[in-house]
Write a protein that binds this ligand. Structure first.
Ligand SMILES: [Zn+2]
Length: 365
């Protein structure tokens, strides 16, 4: 039962958060829904775009470290916003999500969950550094090592981790095979090397290199990820630099260059597009019923399938796509009677589907 497996991973907590207020309806809907398994879940449709999750560290009451004038959380957000802008300008095939858009507190587990649930291709957490005495200088690029040993870990963890252990227990990176973990580490190191070189080349201070660390936000990712310490806020020169638009531009620009090089080198764009096209060409109705069944059609597009990242998809238990000729039909649910399907319509309207239509799925002849 694939859907159940997914729910037990992240889905349950996520659905509960997302569906606050309409939970009852959805669960009534779920009961009917579970009678027959969906053909294709939206999570199974490959994203044709390269999805990059940017994570501005800290936020809200968690200020991160501070310089004489600036809090880390604000600098992190400025860099991440600029980086999103530059990446989106680099390629129409780049899709960029920020884990926070404003000065708000987001737990580490939520940040991880966003990247894992969206099946991001890359994850970059943006931070600034701090050490007493003010003379420490440079950028750092961190990856999560498989076997993390670092004497400074406790200091880092104290400063960077605001984490609820119960919530973290739900995130099961352990379900990845050893080979998958190795591949993630290898790719993280590739990305980190590009990031570190690019920062060293374009910023007015040195790169202190790539380090293996135990940052929680990296350890539980299911995709390659790095954590960047853009510079030292405890160093007055670097604080001043990171407080100028030129400084933010240079940092974001060098990160964008590194990401672009990584994507080109790994042929990520072509690979994703190919997987998506292959999948969409194979779409067909594989379910056959002995009696007339009902489903709800939400949207219809011609020629070109809708992009994977449709925010409304997340609010559905699942969605399936049926290709007929040039048309792509987006449907949800199978219902054994018309009344059950009708009961779901108000929920779909409240989610924002303007014209959900009940359709017959004819029986097998
Ligand atoms: Zn930080």
């Amino acid at each position: 039962m694939k859907l159940h497996t997914k729910l037990s991973l992240f889905g349950l907590s996520l659905s509960l958060c997302l569906l606050l207020g309409i939970t009852t309806n959805i669960y009534a809907f779920t009961e009917i829904y579970f009678e027959i398994q969906p053909v294709i879940e939206h999570g199974d449709v490959p994203n044709p775009n390269v999805l990059i999750v940017l994570d501005p560290g800290h936020g809200g009451y968690d200020k991160g470290c501070s310089g004489a004038k600036r809090h880390e959380k604000d600098v992190n957000l400025e860099i991440a916003r600029k980086l999103k802008e530059y990446l989106e300008r680099t390629s129409t095939k780049f899709e960029v999500i920020l884990t926070r858009e404003s000065d708000q507190f987001i737990s580490l587990e939520k940040r991880i969950e966003i990247a894992n649930h969206k099946e991001a291709d890359l994850f970059i957490s943006v931070h600034c550094n701090s050490l007493p005495h003010g003379h420490a200088s440079g950028s750092e690029t961190h990856v999560a090592g498989l076997d993390f040993v670092n004497a400074n870990q406790n200091d880092y963890l104290k400063r960077h981790n605001f984490i609820d252990p119960t919530a973290l227990a739900k995130i099961k990176r352990d379900q990845l095979s050893q080979a998958e973990k190795m591949l993630i580490l290898k790719n993280s190191l590739d990305l980190a090397a590009l990031v570190s070189n690019s920062l060293g080349k374009h910023l007015p201070y040195k790169s202190r290199g790539v380090k293996e660390s135990g940052f929680t936000v990296l350890k539980y990712l299911k995709m390659p990820g790095v954590l960047v310490e853009a510079g030292f806020l405890s160093n007055s020169k670097q604080e001043a630099y990171m407080s100028t638009s030129e400084g933010i531009h240079q940092i974001a620009n060098s990160l964008a260059t590194a990401v672009e090089n990584y994507v080109v080198h790994n042929k990520l764009e072509e690979e994703k597009q190919l997987a998506y096209e292959r999948f969409m060409n194979e779409i067909q109705i594989v379910k056959e019923f002995s009696e007339t069944t009902y489903s709800i059609e939400l949207l219809l597009t011609k020629d070109k399938p809708l992009l994977y990242y449709e925010p409304r998809w997340d609010k559905l238990e699942s969605i399936y796509v049926v290709k007929k000729g040039d048309f792509y039909h987006y449907r949800t649910g199978y219902f054994t009677n018309m009344k059950a399907a009708q009961n779901v319509i108000p929920t779909l309207l409240s989610i924002g589907f303007e014209n959900p239509k009940i359709i017959d799925v004819p029986p097998k002849k």
